[in-house]
Design a protein around this ligand. Structure first.
Ligand code: PLP
Length: 390
């Protein structure tokens, strides 16, 4: 899988020795710039824009995100709680499967409770009615599966055959939408505008008969809106058109776009040797710090990578043979102690880190490229590793 981002932005002038290694460094100015693009889309289109916490939940930036966006979308109890505690605005929670025991707390935290199937809505209806009677205020959504694929990779395509995500749109009956306030769909991944338009074109005739009973339509995430070549004007026109045609409120919930190109992961070379090619052991582990490198898989772009010169295969300190990040032409001669950084690591890396093998977690730093101010947000230690085990 190709990653289309990888613009170093202001990080070209960041001195990598200013932070300990490994470390995530997030540029607050770039996050603000991304948020300004998203706010402008919301303002021009009348759509509400929610930040997807699953992609980027560096909650020290919660107040900044709340200044620009209308709220957050959460994937379950913990993210809903984080959204309420540290961000502002509305909380839209979608989970592929809710547990009855969690629902009262999730309902208390959420403005929109989005279910994956009419079956779950029906099963929990008595509980939802009781919670409302007790004073909770939330509306109910259903995630539909448009059965229209735009994704290149099945693993990241919720509309792929036999997907578990969303109720197949062709199966919707009027009774499934009784007491349902909105529909949600999410089938895109790092995409341009035309796939969204085609998805709506595929889905719209099937949901048109039901639209009159709905209050809102949520177009999920996967819109790469903060990429320089995204067709922002087309998105704005589309969102306005859907609002006018359906008389529904419209929402989008981008995640990656909030933090696109806004963070780097700084690492250090710990050892170098030859085994058929130059091998570099680093304090960054693909499996612990950038699991999507293995899962997607993809090759993260490196800050200042040379266009030609010797190639070094970089991998982490863990015992996993496949803990390989990729083959790189390092800036300058490869040497033990050399610092380097992978680009575009703020989203979907920080939220996925783990300490397999007892590999230390990267510390988290906030840099402001406008002021050059640098602040340590969090450093992790042995106690963080131990406290997840017993
Ligand atoms: C339901 C839902 N909403 C929003 C998002 C955010 O998507 P992205 O970060 O690609 O914008 C995702 C990502 O998987 C999702 O599953």
């Amino acid at each position: 899988m190709e990653t289309r981002a990888g613009d170093p932005g202001a990080f070209t002038r960041f001195d990598l020795t200013r932070v300990p290694s490994p470390a995530f460094v997030v540029d607050a100015a770039k996050v603000r710039a991304n948020l300004a693009v998203l706010r402008a889309i919301g303002d021009a289109s009348g759509a509400r824009v929610l930040a997807a916490l699953k992609a980027f939940s560096m909650w020290s930036l919660g107040p900044t995100i709340a200044e620009y966006l209308d709220g957050v979308c959460a994937s379950g109890l913990y993210e809903a709680k984080l959204g309420r505690e540290e961000y502002g605005g509305e909380v839209a929670t979608y989970c592929a499967g809710y547990k009855e025991a969690d629902l009262p707390e999730i309902a208390a935290l959420s403005d929109h409770l989005i279910f994956n199937s009419p079956g779950q809505i029906a099963r929990f209806r008595p509980l939802l009615d009781r919670l409302r009677a007790e004073g909770e205020s939330f509306d109910i959504g259903l995630r539909i599966n448009p059965l229209h694929s735009e994704g290149e990779v099945a693993k990241y395509d919720p509309a792929a055959p036999c997907s578990r995500l969303g109720f197949p749109v062709t199966q919707i009956l009027p009774e499934h939408l009784e007491g349902v306030d909105g529909i949600h769909m999410h089938t895109l991944c790092e995409q341009d505008f035309p796939p969204l338009e085609r998805t709506w074109a595929a889905v719209q005739p099937l949901i048109r008969p039901h639209v009159r009973s709905l209050k809102w339509i949520n177009f999920g995430g996967g819109h790469h809106v903060t990429r320089a070549d995204y067709q922002t004007d087309d998105l704005i026109a589309f969102l306005k058109r859907v609002r006018a045609e359906t008389d529904c409120d419209v929402m989008i919930e981008p995640g990656e776009a909030v933090a696109l190109d806004a963070g780097i992961l700084v690492g250090e070379i710990l050892d170098l040797f030859d085994n058929g090619m130059a091998i570099g052991i680093t304090d960054i582990s693909a499996t612990c710090h950038m699991p999507d490198v293995i899962e997607a898989p993809y090759r993260p772009a490196m800050l200042g990578e040379e266009a030609s010169g010797p190639i070094t295969r970089l991998g982490g300190p863990s015992c996993l043979a496949g803990d390989v990040i990729g083959d790189y032409r390092l800036p300058g001669d490869a040497r033990v102690g050399q610092r380097f950084a992978f680009l575009d690591q703020a989203h979907y890396s920080m939220v996925k880190t783990n300490s397999f093998n007892g590999v230390p977690l990267p510390s988290i730093w906030l840099w402001d490229s406008d002021s050059d101010g640098l602040k340590e947000i969090r450093r992790f230690g042995y106690e963080d590793f131990k406290s997840r085990l017993s």
